[in-house]
Design a protein around this ligand. Structure first.
Ligand code: PEP
Ligand code: MN
Length: 263
């Protein structure tokens, strides 16, 4: 089991990470934190350093984004997770006590980064690379373990295939397979896999049914105003519905929904 600021990943529980793609400002991240908390999510997400395909797209608020994220998490009593793109950013993550370091798909095999953060004493969520095989993904997790990381969470977020109807292709095969190959907790990010809000609730249910230890989803109070990934952001009501279903699915497969921390 991996402990993220008091929230367990793995074991019998089902855990939910929710929040906007990026931290856009103080008010909006506070609003998003309230939405995630009321819906029943456990961990608040939000990127400060954003890996954008276009160099002209919003790159995130950087260190200030991490500060705002942590303050928003504290305001509702939720631990926080954010993506680290470069070892040079590590002091900012430690200064702001970010509870879990996210390694994004684009950096899964950035071995210098993996080695540097493995020694930091923080849990790491390792997303599957855009075109990474399961074996390569596990080897990347092995880098973290070999260099001192104790809390590693895997996150399936869809892979590149010939299909263009969805942003990526969600590979649910990894769930039963990883149960055979590793003891590490594994969660699913159906937001980046599908890229379409309507697909995210059914894919979340399917993920839990297939053995995921939780899901990570993007939400926004006003998706149309989002500065990144607005097209896939869930509305507050959609997030609440997804989490209500996650509770039902958890019970159906003999798991329990982790009790959210009370504030
Ligand atoms: C994200 O979580 O916002 C993100 C960029 O995800 P991925 O690395 O899976 O593309
Ligand atoms: Mn995103």
């Amino acid at each position: 089991m991996v402990d993220v600021g008091g929230v367990p990943f793995g074991g019998r529980g089902i855990t939910v990470i929710a929040g906007p793609c990026s931290v856009e400002g103080k008010e909006v991240i506070l609003e998003a934190a309230g939405i995630a908390k009321r819906a029943g999510a456990h961990v608040l997400r939000g990127g400060g350093f954003k890996p954008r395909t276009s160099p002209y797209a919003f790159q995130g608020l950087g260190k200030e984004g991490l500060r705002l994220l942590k303050a928003a998490g504290d305001s509702v009593g939720m631990p926080v997770i954010s993506e680290i793109m470069d070892a040079a950013q590590l002091p900012a993550f430690l200064d702001h006590d970010i509870d879990c370091l996210q390694v994004g798909a684009r950096n899964m095999q950035n071995f210098t980064l993996l080695k540097a953060i493995a020694r930091a004493g923080k849990p790491v969520m390792l997303k599957r690379g855009l075109s990474a095989t399961i074996e390569e993904w596990l080897q990347a997790a092995e880098y973290l373990a070999a260099f001192g990381s104790e809390g590693i969470i895997l996150c399936e977020r869809g892979i590149r295939t010939f299909e263009t109807a969805t942003r990526n292709t969600l590979d649910l095969t990894v769930l039963p397979l990883m149960r055979q190959w590793t003891h590490l907790p594994i969660i699913v990010d159906p937001s980046h896999a599908a890229g379409i809000p309507a697909l995210i609730p059914p894919l979340s249910r399917a993920s839990i049914a297939a053995g995921a230890d939780g899901v990570a989803v993007e939400c926004h109070p006003r998706p149309k105003e989002a500065r990144s990934d607005g097209a896939q952001a869930l509305l507050p009501g959609e997030l609440s519905g997804l989490i209500a279903d996650a509770r039902i699915m958890a019970a159906a497969v003999g798991r329990s929904f982790v009790a959210p921390v009370r504030v």
